[in-house]
Design a protein around this ligand. Structure first.
Ligand SMILES: [Mn+2]
Length: 264
């Protein structure tokens, strides 16, 4: 039996990344490094910065990443993709093409004798009316159907502009703010108070690395990201979980056909 891996917030294709392909290569290199001992892979949301499935058309890009996932799935790795607040609009195509299971909300699962609460983390422990409105809007079937009728070149350009704007407009991902200010810590603590006490709470979304005990039994992890931290969690056969960062060695720069690429 192999291990179970968790990553989140790769934001592949984000307009704020200087060379998005390098980030994609790094994720793929990580997947290559784990695939031989990986039984199950959990992608915990915001893996792609923007994605929308039309009936016959999907956004371009991500070929290395999606190809690697497909190959892993073909080899028998069970892959789970949780939608985040960026890759909301994965419908039937990606799961079928890759051969993975899609999750559009939090899940409680049992693995290796441990109970895990898994969620991307957006909207949990936050009680903002604006956020609720926006979430309702983005998840609304009618809005999604209407969005489909906009020409893909227009809607995709708009989505990239929107994502870039919200990223650049101030401090979207502040440093760890302390237990009483972190919504996800508050959310998890509330679950424990109300009698739900899993062994692990696993979240993404915040782009920070966090690993804390919330009670004698419950441990909480926030998975970091693949923009700053290149981090992941891994569970071994005994149900022990650890949070780590991918060491990719020296980055070599090479020019091929006049194009400079970074090799991780
Ligand atoms: Mn997010």
């Amino acid at each position: 039996m192999g291990k179970i891996y968790f990553i989140s917030d790769c934001h592949l294709g984000a307009g704020t990344l200087e060379n998005p392909k390098d980030y994609e290569r790094r994720v793929v290199r990580f997947l290559e490094s784990i695939e031989d001992d990986c039984d199950e892979l959990f992608l915990m949301g915001d893996i792609i910065d923007y994605w929308f499935e039309f009936k016959h058309v999907v956004p371009k890009g991500f070929t290395r990443f999606l190809g690697k996932l497909g190959m892993m799935a073909d080899k028998g790795v069970k892959i789970h993709w949780f939608t985040g607040n960026h890759d909301i609009w994965i419908f039937g195509y990606l799961p079928e093409e890759i051969g993975c299971t899609l999750h559009t909300g939090p899940e409680v699962v049992e693995r290796n004798g441990r109970k895990l609460f898994l969620a991307h983390g957006d909207g949990l422990g936050e009680d903002s009316k604006m956020l609720k409105f926006m979430t309702g809007f983005f998840h609304n079937r009618l809005c999604q159907r209407m969005f489909r009728w906009i020409h893909p070149d227009l809607s995709t350009a708009f989505a990239h502009w929107w994502s870039r704007k919200s990223r650049l407009s101030g401090n979207e991902f502040p440093e760890y703010m302390g237990e009483d200010k972190e919504h996800l810590v508050q959310f998890a603590k509330k679950q424990i108070r109300e009698g739900f006490e899993p062994d692990y709470f696993i979240f993404g979304h915040r782009h920070i690395l966090l690993d804390i005990m919330l009670s004698r039994k419950s441990r909480m992890m926030i998975l970091g990201d693949w923009i700053m931290h290149f981090s992941y969690a891994v569970m071994d056969e005994d149900g022990e979980m650890s949070l780590d960062q991918f060491e990719y060695g020296d980055v070599e720069e090479e020019t091929r056909n006049g194009v400079s690429i970074a090799i991780f």
